[in-house]
Ligand binder design. Sequence first.
Ligand code: LLP
Length: 408
Amino acid sequence: MSIDFTALAQKYGTPLYVYDFDVISENYRKLKEAFAGHKSLIAYAVKANSNLSVLKHLGELGAGADCVSIGEVRRARTAGIAPYRIIFSGVGKRDEEIEQALREEILMLNLESEAEMERVEAIAKTLGKEARISIRVNPDVDPKTHPYISTGLHENKFGVAIETAKRMYIRAKNSDWLDPVGIHFHIGSQLTELEPIREAAQIVADLVRSLAAIGVEIRFFDVGGGLGVVYDEETTIDLAQYAETITTAIRGLDLTIVCEPGRYLVANAGWLLTRVLYEKRNGDKRFVIVDAAMNDLLRPSLYKAYHRIEPLFDGSDRGEASPADIVGPICESGDWLGKEVALPPTRSGDLLLIHSAGAYGFTMASNYNTRGRAAEVTCEGGACRLIRKRESFEDQIRLETEPLEEKQ
Ligand code: LLP
């Protein structure tokens, strides 16, 4: 559908996150279809966009959830995603988180160290519940992406080496309280090349074969997330080739393929809508100051990430377009959303649309500079609705009790 962003800005104010659930549905179906003919579970990486309505929408399409905190597990459950479709990953889980996850009877806990396995075993024993686990293997391949979102090399903190994983599986098999059902790898995010995935899948599939030979029967082959999307002019991985690469790696094995995409499902189904406050020049440099900032969309500041910025006004009668930095009101030089963006002269109130903001946009937002987080709206089948209110000043100070108590 074509979304009337101007009407949405008028109705809900700016900055505003806008999502298109029809695009999410389409993305989900394309990936699911790529795995047709094979048992598969698409466990959406909740961290990319954890709004309950987004989770409910994906859950209704058949998606499960890949979670990295008990908070995310609870979000998935609150949105109606069944426990047997939920995976709990992450390098550091607190005891209470492990306990709650075991009580929820989720599909599996994904473990990232021997120490963690010991904790899970002890807690499972106390609860009298066998823990279904998977182990995150670090296959030591270079995913060729941004170093901050690369995770599959030994120099990263994620997963365990093959030999350690083997030892852990044997230990788990011999435990009354651990049931090793899965194996997992995730080499990085925003991947645009298939080769590293092929390499990793083969390494991990070989491990599954050698485990089978010693009586450890793995049922879930979790290939992580990481499918790249187009922000600028990237060429992305072909889904049919992606699926084929994985099914080829596990040929002859009876495994359910689990994949955990975040960005692929939601990034290009979301936009951040912002209004121009003013323009200024410092010497030769032109700045357009807008009402969204790094607290709303951190990716440019944190990764120098590119997000296409589109003017939603007709500037044809205003003179030549020239390059401008699009910056927010925050007191940091790093507070920018776009560099050298060609724009005609702007006026206060003009709307700019920041593209590809559906993943790691709102979820990485903060209250820095006591700025309330943006509202979120979704559009589906031709109609748009509010799915999260704009955060008020009162919302922000709600948990700070001391000054209020002193007044009373
Ligand atoms: N599975 C695991 C184990 C992960 O660590 C991640 C992402 C995913 C799945 C989902 O990855 P995706 O399909 O979305 O690429 N904040 C960064 C991205 C950090 C990704 C962290 N892990 C960004 O804005 O680019």
